[in-house]
Design a protein around this ligand. Structure first.
Ligand code: NAD
Ligand code: TYD
Length: 337
């Protein structure tokens, strides 16, 4: 019966993790600490709102008093809270440094003070930089850090701080560096939900540059299970890379798969201006978590992608509320009217 502090639990992965955890560990208590930025949405958790094992606490990880208060009696921290969108980090990097770097350091201080049994930090493969196209190279736990966007640089900073608190103060930490997630409750500013919802709205799908960029797509529930396995059997102080794909699928191929699932033609694709400093390819070697903890994805990309399309078809109000709200201004500014 552990008390788990989930930071950023109202976001995409955090809310999936809370659903996963309440289902699989029904005796644990979860406190969801979230600032409710544009990406935080309590609708993601409407179905668990009244669950006595779950509590939402509004708060900001960059506020030491609030963090100290919420950390009391916590056994395990699972730290998701972050600014997470690369395009926004190019436009406004300051918020990324503040939340991702300073916010993580403030959480680490409080975790140390309150002697938490585990601080699990959720990070990204983007800290490793970019790989060339058409190579068999992959990132693993020993890959040198080489972040190239303000987002990935701020996540790299947070990873370094987490390791420094383990080495310097003995804080019991684990880290996962995972690939691009996709699945339910994914904010429609990211490629897959943007594509699905644009198609449902009868709009074109914007593809950056030549579209020949590769991401290692990880279904969010597979990711949640990976974190669970690291929390129960991972070694303290260790990092685990979590990917999913066994072969490269570029953005254009991802969009074509979605169009096919949805019965549309490739005429719906619109090539738009490329992202500055766009990382060409990410690919993860997930041998360590597979060999040490027995983790592997439950299904392949095509299966999970079809399931994701179904979720967006069945939850139109969820994404329409987002697309008709504050996000509309960002969309029009970023992609044009
Ligand atoms: P998200 O943007 O959907 O959600 C982030 C959440 O953090 C939101 O609920 C937001 O309100 C909250 N938050 C932001 N600033 C905060 C602050 N100062 N104090 C408290 N809460 C704050 O992000 P996500 O996609 O769910 O990503 C979660 C974590 O996983 C992030 O750390 C991200 O770097 C990492 N990650 C994400 C992906 C991905 O594909 N989405 C891949 C690898 C790693
Ligand atoms: P994104 O979902 O923003 O994740 P990340 O930048 O963290 O990998 O983007 C995934 C890929 O899709 C990336 O190569 C950029 C590309 N992309 C587009 O081609 N069009 C878009 O409108 C967006 C948002 C992303």
């Amino acid at each position: 019966m552990a008390k788990i502090l989930v930071t950023g639990g109202a976001g995409f992965i955090g809310s999936n993790f809370i659903h996963y955890w309440l289902t699989n560990h029904p005796n644990d208590t979860i406190v969801n600490f979230d600032k409710l930025t544009y990406a935080g949405n309590l609708e993601n958790l409407a179905d668990v709102e009244k669950n006595p094992q779950y509590l939402f606490m509004y708060g900001d990880i960059t506020n030491p008093e609030m963090v100290d208060n919420v950390m009391k009696g916590v056994d395990i921290v699972v730290h998701f809270a972050a600014e997470s969108h690369v395009d926004r980090s190019i436009k406004e990097p300051a918020a990324f440094v503040k939340t991702n770097v300073l916010g993580t350091q403030i959480l680490l201080d409080a975790a140390l003070k309150h002697s938490v049994k585990r601080f699990h930090h959720v990070s990204t493969d983007e800290v490793f930089g970019a790989l060339p196209l058409n190579s068999s190279e992959k990132f693993n736990e020993n890959t040198a850090y080489d972040p190239r966007s303000p987002y990935s640089a701020s996540k790299a900073g947070s990873d370094h701080l987490v390791r420094a608190y383990a080495e310097t103060y003995g804080l019991p930490i684990t880290i996962t560096n995972c690939a691009n997630n996709y699945g339910p409750y994914h904010f429609p500013e990211k490629l897959i939900p943007l594509a699905i919802t644009n198609i449902l709205e009868g709009k074109k799908v914007p593809v950056y540059g030549d579209g020949l960029y590769v991401r290692d797509w990880l279904y969010v529930e597979d990711h949640c299970r990976a974190i669970d396995m690291v929390l129960s059997n991972g070694k303290i102080g260790e990092t685990y890379c979590v990917g999913s794909m066994t072969q490269d699928v570029n953005n254009l191929e991802v969009i074509k798969k979605i169009l096919k699932i949805m019965g549309k033609t490739e005429g719906e694709i619109e090539f738009v201006k490329d992202r500055p400093g766009h990382d060409r390819r990410y690919a993860i070697d997930w041998t360590k978590i597979h060999n040490e903890l027995g983790w592997e994805p439950m299904a392949d990309f095509d299966t999970w992608l079809a399931k994701t399309v179904d979720w967006y078809k069945e939850n139109t109000k969820w994404w329409q509320d987002i697309k008709n709200g504050e996000y509309k201004n960002y969309y029009e500014e970023h992609y044009g009217k």
